[in-house]
Write a protein that binds this ligand. Structure first.
Ligand SMILES: Nc1nc2c(c(=O)[nH]1)N(C=O)[C@@H](CNc1ccc(C(=O)N[C@@H](CCC(=O)O)C(=O)O)cc1)CN2
Ligand SMILES: Nc1ncnc2c1ncn2[C@@H]1O[C@H](COP(=O)(O)OP(=O)(O)OP(=O)(O)O)[C@@H](O)[C@H]1O
Length: 197
C-alpha cells in the first residue's frame, strides 16, 4: 500500500528519494519474477518493427534489479554494444561491441565493461536501450542519477536514433518532473506494455 502511495505521488518525494524507493522496489522482485519479466520483455521488443530494422543496438549489463536483456545477443544478424563510463569528453558514454561475455571485467558499479576498442558514440547506434529507474507515461525518464545518458544524448546528432527505455511495470510513476536537460524517450517497453510517446 505504501508503495502505491509513493508511486502515485512522486511530488511529495525528492528525486533522489524517489530513486531509492524505485530501486528498492525493483530489487524486491524474486528470481522467478525477474526471469518471467525478462522473457516477456524480450519477446515484446523483438516483435517491434523499429527493433527488427535495427542493426546496431546499445544494450546494458543489468544490475540492481534491472531487467536483464542480455539474452538478446543470441539473435544473429545484429550487433550489440555495451556502454563504457569515461570522464572525458564531458562524461559521455562510449559504446563497445560485445561478442562474448566472459572476457569482460566488471566496473566498480557492478556492470560489465569492455576495455577494448573501437569505441563508438551514441549516434553511431540505431537503437539505444536504456535501463530506467522510473518513468511516466509522457516518456520522462529517471535514471541512476549520473546524467550519463542525458549528457550522451545531448550531443546526439542522428535523428533516426531510437531511444528506448526498459523498465519493470512497477517502475511507472504518476508524473516525473521534466528537468531542463532531460531528453524524452521515443518508446518505453515493459514486460506487459509498449508505450510510444
Ligand atoms: N546496467 C547499467 N549500466 C549502465 C547504467 C545503468 O543505469 N545501468 N548507466 C546509467 O546511467 C551508466 C552508469 N551509470 C551509473 C551511475 C551510478 C551508479 C551507481 O550505482 N551509483 C551508486 C553509487 C556508487 C558510488 O558512487 O560509489 C549508487 O547510486 O548507489 C551506477 C551506474 C552506464 N551503464
Ligand atoms: N546535457 C547535460 N549537460 C550537462 N550536465 C548534464 C546534462 N544532462 C544531465 N546533466 C547533469 O547530470 C546530473 C544527473 O541528471 P539526472 O538526475 O537527470 O540523472 P538521470 O537521468 O537520472 O541519470 P542517467 O542519465 O545516468 O540515467 C544532473 O545534476 C545534471 O546537472
Amino acid at each position: 500500500m505504501a508503495t502505491v502511495l509513493f508511486n502515485s505521488s512522486p511530488d511529495i518525494l525528492g528525486r533522489s528519494q524517489l530513486r531509492q524507493q524505485l530501486r528498492h522496489q525493483r530489487r524486491q522482485l524474486t528470481f522467478y519474477q525477474q526471469k518471467q519479466a525478462s522473457r516477456a520483455l524480450i519477446q515484446r521488443l523483438q516483435k517491434q518493427s523499429f527493433f527488427k530494422q535495427a542493426q546496431k543496438i546499445g544494450i546494458y549489463d543489468a544490475m540492481d534489479g534491472e531487467l536483464d536483456i542480455t539474452a538478446l545477443i543470441q539473435q544473429a544478424h545484429k550487433s550489440y554494444y555495451l556502454p563504457v563510463l569515461r570522464r572525458f569528453p564531458k562524461q559521455r558514454l562510449a559504446f563497445v561491441r560485445i561478442t562474448s561475455w566472459h572476457r569482460l571485467a566488471k566496473h566498480r558499479y557492478g556492470m560489465k565493461e569492455p576495455q577494448y576498442r573501437p569505441r563508438l558514440m551514441i549516434d553511431d547506434l540505431d537503437i539505444v536501450l536504456m535501463p530506467l529507474v522510473g518513468f511516466d507515461n509522457a516518456g520522462n525518464r529517471l535514471g541512476m542519477g549520473g546524467g550519463y545518458y542525458d549528457r550522451s544524448l545531448a550531443y546526439q546528432k542522428k535523428t533516426t536514433l531510437v531511444k528506448v527505455g526498459i523498465a519493470h511495470d512497477c517502475q511507472e510513476v504518476g508524473s516525473l518532473a521534466n528537468m531542463a536537460w532531460d531528453i524524452p524517450l521515443d518508446v518505453i517497453v515493459t514486460p506487459s506494455r509498449l508505450l510510444i510517446t
